[in-house]
Design a binder for this molecule. Structure first.
Ligand code: C2O
Ligand code: CU
Ligand code: CU
Length: 465
């Protein structure tokens, strides 16, 4: 982006990483986890929270002692958190202070087309655009990220992503851990060049082996000995995280993409692909003061001594805790019968083939083409197939959340039992989704959320009419 000549960037051109990359990897779990600040509204009316937000290039100390150029919302590399409330609108004016076009998407939001952040609905450099979010959907961990045509993968890689937590007052009675004990954790990865600058190479899954949480490598979070609600957001472009606590204790998973699950369950691992979210409760009062738990990752690519570690939790003093995790959380709406069935095949040139094509049903993305026309009000069953033999994909729909009915013919687990907007599809797998199009009309994309893949063409458009 900007002055970077990314078109010519290849893995070879990046050169050896700056020495601070190895220093950060050697100093795992010493840097304190940054607690993300809250984006302050300009004004609150009786119905609306009004925000002014700036898309701005700045620098951040990601590696110790090195300033890296980043592209941010409001100057924060992992974002200041937007805290919205169900039933109150958010009006956000975005001003683009960079020299490239941008488009802001609320991932997981049920949003009219004009505010969805379409690839061509850009904010030109120096210009502003208003986005309005109704926030009528159930409480959920949403996130905002760039969606500009052909550059969203690079823009998100450079930092244009932030949490958007939709608080649901109807869920307050559940008495889940809240306030400072409700912590968003933005997971991603990065690759640095010899100057310590972020190096974007298309489809560089292997090279991005520095794991970042809330913008810093392998941090440690000092926790009180009590319950916490942790909200994981996978904001990496290509990396899946399959995570477990080093103690072997399961997480109590309470939420997924679309908000709370029907019921909590004891999840031995949390597996989230790019774009997905998972909310868990961890009770640190089970450990003596001074205990260090690491959050380990069980899947590559990259050297497992680095990508196999995410962050650590260091248990401190006890703190009063009246929070609970009730046995039932948020009931799901009844599944409607599907009137229409469709099939989508995801395909990409295999590594080593020399090609860089990525398609859905044989076609690379074309913003002038409508791929799927959906009648408003219909309920549909979408079968999505990953035709690749070695590459994972996932599948994300704008506008409507969905339910995952099956994977390879078997019912999915409790982790995928709630409302979803992104679903992982390992090589050769098939998932079946049920979607009801009863919100807005208009043109919306669906795509692989491994953002390099969608930038390479694995994206298509539906029109709800
Ligand atoms: Cu995170 Cu098209 O979306
Ligand atoms: Cu989205
Ligand atoms: Cu993909």
């Amino acid at each position: 982006a900007g002055s970077h000549d990314h078109a010519a960037m290849t893995a070879d051109a990046v050169g050896p990483p700056h020495p601070a990359v190895a220093a950060a990897a050697a100093a795992k779990f010493t840097r304190a986890l940054p607690i993300l600040g809250t984006q302050k509204p300009l004004a609150r009316t009786s119905t609306t929270d009004v925000y002014a937000s700036r898309i701005v290039d700045t620098t951040a100390e990601i590696l110790p002692g090195v300033r890296s150029t980043v592209r941010t919302y409001d100057g924060s590399f992992s974002g200041t958190v937007v805290r919205a409330t169900r039933g109150r609108r958010v009006l956000m004016v975005q001003t683009n202070k960079t020299s490239d076009p941008s488009s802001v998407h609320l991932h997981g939001g049920v949003t009219p087309q004009r505010w969805d952040g379409g690839g061509m609905a850009v904010i030109a450099p120096g210009k502003s655009k208003e986005y309005v979010y109704a926030n009528t959907q159930p409480g959920a961990t949403l996130w905002q990220h760039d969606h500009v045509h052909h550059a969203h993968a690079e823009n998100v890689f450079r930092g244009l992503a932030r949490p958007y937590l939709l608080h649901d007052p109807a869920q307050d009675a559940l008495n889940l851990p809240s306030g400072e004990y409700d912590v968003p954790l933005v997971l991603r990865d990065a690759r640095f060049d010899s100057d310590g600058q972020l190096a974007y190479v298309m489809d560089d899954a292997e090279g991005r082996s520095t794991i970042l949480v809330n913008g810093v490598p392998w941090p440690v979070m000092k926790v009180k000995a009590r319950r916490y609600r942790l909200r994981f957001i996978n904001a990496a472009n290509l990396r899946f995280f399959v995570m477990a606590l080093s103690t072997g204790t399961p997480f109590t998973q309470i939420g997924g993409d679309g908000g709370l699950l029907p019921a909590p369950w004891q999840a031995p691992v949390i597996a989230i692909s790019p774009g997905e979210r998972a909310e868990v409760v961890v009770d640190f009062s089970a450990y003596p003061k001074g205990t260090v738990l690491t959050l380990d990752n069980y899947i590559g690519p990259g050297p497992m001594e680095d990508v196999g570690k995410v962050m650590a939790f260091e248990v401190g003093d006890p703190a009063p805790d009246t929070s609970t995790v009730p046995a039932s959380l948020a009931p799901l709406p009844a599944l409607k019968p599907a009137a229409v069935r469709r099939r989508f095949e995801l395909a990409m040139d295999e590594p080593g083939s020399g090609g860089m094509a990525a398609t859905i049903n044989g076609l690379a993305f074309d913003h002038d083409r409508i791929d799927t026309t959906v009648p408003w009000g219909s309920t549909e069953e979408w079968t999505v197939v990953n035709t690749n033999a070695t590459l994972p994909h996932n599948f994300h729909t704008h506008l409507v959340p969905f339910r995952v009915l099956s994977r390879d013919g078997k019912p999915v687990g409790l982790d995928e039992s709630g409302l979803k907007d992104t679903v992982q599809i390992f090589p050769g797998q098939t998932v079946v989704l049920r979607l009801t199009f009863d919100s807005h009309r208009g043109v919306y994309p669906y795509h692989c959320h491994m953002l390099d893949h969608s930038d390479m063409g694995m994206m298509a458009q539906m029109k709800v009419v």
